[in-house]
Design a protein. Structure first.
Length: 223
């Protein structure tokens, strides 16, 4: 009798697990708009305490940002998730990120990142990445590296995302403003993340960072 009861409980538990697993598979394969919103809230909540320790962002700190990370955590299962804090070359915490990948044949993910000054959110698909800055739509990064934004959705920036490059040049308008270092091609163990051509205006810095952070996070998975 006890054996039959235990067997019944096992079958019920197994059935419940299978239902939950099936629901997880379905909801992570083609996430709805509402799920994306809820998942973004969850990504923020998971790292809600981390911003308190960030060094105040400045142009000087930006030039010191490196690929070194603290509290890095990568999980692989039905879908990849990762989070961490990029530090300066002096090991100061500067940039938080939290990444969630959905089940898909191609790239399908959500990324949240922030400095002490700005928040960035990315809805990543195979052919484009929708980017928001400080909870406002900023634009769409196309597969070819062209970034369209503004009220008229004009071409405002461009990044060469070729993984074989040592540096990923970034143009705003027709002007090259900086380059994002490819950590997998760097000559030193812990390179600075950026090589800026010159000083950036406030809006230029926001656009540059929105493109650069995406490269930093995705390339850090393969270091």
């Amino acid at each position: 009798m006890i054996y039959l009861l235990l067997r019944l409980l096992f079958i019920i538990a197994l059935g419940t697990f299978c239902v939950k697993l099936f629901y997880q598979l379905i909801s992570n394969f083609q996430p709805s708009g509402n799920k994306i919103v809820e998942d973004l809230k969850s990504l923020k909540k998971e790292v809600a305490e981390w911003p308190k320790n960030l060094v105040p962002w400045s142009k000087e700190e930006m030039e010191l940002l490196s690929f070194e990370q603290m509290h890095q955590e990568i999980k692989k299962g039905l879908s990849k998730s990762a989070k961490g804090i990029f530090t300066s070359v002096y090991h100061e915490p500067l940039l938080i990120y939290n990444y969630k990948q959905y089940l898909s044949r191609g790239i399908n993910a959500l990324l949240y990142a922030r400095t002490s000054k700005h928040e960035f959110a990315y809805r990543i698909n195979k052919k484009e990445v929708i980017i928001s800055i400080d909870n406002e739509y900023a634009g769409v990064l196309k597969e070819n590296g062209q970034f369209y934004g503004g009220e008229k959705n004009n071409l405002i920036a461009e990044i060469d995302r070729d993984d074989t490059l040592d540096l990923h040049p970034v143009k705003i308008g027709t002007k090259e403003v900086g380059r994002v270092v490819n950590p997998n091609k760097a000559a030193v163990p812990n390179p600075r993340a950026f090589k800026l051509v010159g000083p950036l205006e406030e809006k230029e810095e926001e656009v540059f960072l929105s493109l650069a952070i995406l490269e930093m996070v995705t390339e850090s998975f393969n270091k």
